[in-house]
Write a protein that binds this ligand. Sequence first.
Ligand code: SF4
Ligand code: SF4
Length: 486
Amino acid sequence: MKKFNLVKEEIEDLKDITNPDILFIGDSYFQLLRQSPMYMDYSFFILFEKHKALNIGVGSTKFKDWLYLLDEITYFPKFKKIVVNLGFNDIHHEEDTKAEEVYSDYLCFLKKLRGIFPDASIYVLTTVISPLYYSIRNRINYFNSLLRESASKLGVKIIDNAANIDYFQEKENCFIEDGMHLNYFGHKKMSELILKELSISNTPKGRIFSIEEFSIYDGPGIRSTFFLKGCPLSCKWCHNPEGKVFQKQYIRSPNGCLKCNKCLDKAIKVNDKYVLTKESQEACPRNLIKLCGDDYSVDELVNLILKNQEIYKMNNGGVTFSGGEPTLQYSFLIEVCKRLKGKVHVALQTCGYLKPEAFKELLQYVDYVLFDLKIIDNSNHIKYCGVSNEWILENYSTLVDSNVEFITRTPLIPVVIDNFNNLEAIARKMNSLGVKNIELLPYNKYSGSKYSWLLEDYDFDEKYKQVEENNYASIFSKFNINVKIM
Ligand code: SF4
Ligand code: SF4
């Protein structure tokens, strides 16, 4: 593997990058967005995953500091396209910084970049802020005008977000409250502009780690369930660990393993953990290692599903999108659902963790939702699932108010979920919304078996052995809720 000196978070990506086309340079804010599951899908999945681009995000308040970063990188692939985004740090945060000063730093940076990549097309984004944000507007406008004027001299192309402010304001508000940072819709718009300029098709691809045929537990009738890779939650008891991360992973099957450890000799260590590689796969004498995660275009998946359209109808079934968390790949999922609308019954199995605006949009294209309610106390939700449950509870209320058929499901995870207080809180929440039915999913003590596929340990059972004897029917019947134990 080639050696890079980049921030730690980028190491994972680099393992995958063999022939990258695009280098995206943004500030630490963009690096954070890149990591955020909520944004990975809309804007950055397309830019970074599909086209194998490398993102550099640096935590700096001065753009000229970035120059040092370029010096630090010991190897650069031959990027064909480079996108530079000033971001917000320099020009927004320091009131006394003049537009000319920032511009002069920018020039140094672009010249250096040009020196390293003489043949690449360099694209520079102008900075966009809400028209309502007055205090630094003049400074930003002036800075943008300097950039535009000098573009041809510098041999760079401008992607003029700022000139497209109407596009940003078209339908939704595209900024968060500070008027500077773009929200979910803003990033979607910005990425559309970038993709257009770079002549990259905006058709998303989805990543699926398993397909289960003839499933009878994932919605009405007999169904095919598609498990989409990646989840924004990090539940310790997750029984599909290979579905937790979006990146493709090499996994090994234990059946027939000779325990020769030839695969480990070729594994790499990331954060003190072994990660299997292509070389591990090649080294295995039993061919037990496979790459988990297959990419599908919208057309490919829709055509695959429509081939069985009649069979689904005959069995009063359809398809279910599960995961991982299917909504993590939102733009792919919604395109597929739009295309299937009215042709095949579509169910969504979700933990509910996605932007409420996006959830509302998605609800228009699904026929049935299996919604997980896990933990009502927010601090416990953060402790055990890694994220706040605010969006989840808001989306649950939206679902209840909608016309979409749904079922509430709760996995009976010992101690963490399966405890009287939490179950009663779930019952109370449901009752407050007038929901009458719940399905409880008993804990499967073999659910940790897949962790060894990824060379990981599963220690949940050890820590949470003690099981409460709860009378589920009585907890829920107090709130007029029918319980079905699956
Ligand atoms: S997975 Fe293959 S290489 Fe690894 S220990 Fe088992 S048999 Fe050996
Ligand atoms: S929400 Fe489901 S898929 Fe995601 S980590 Fe939790 S258990 Fe696993």
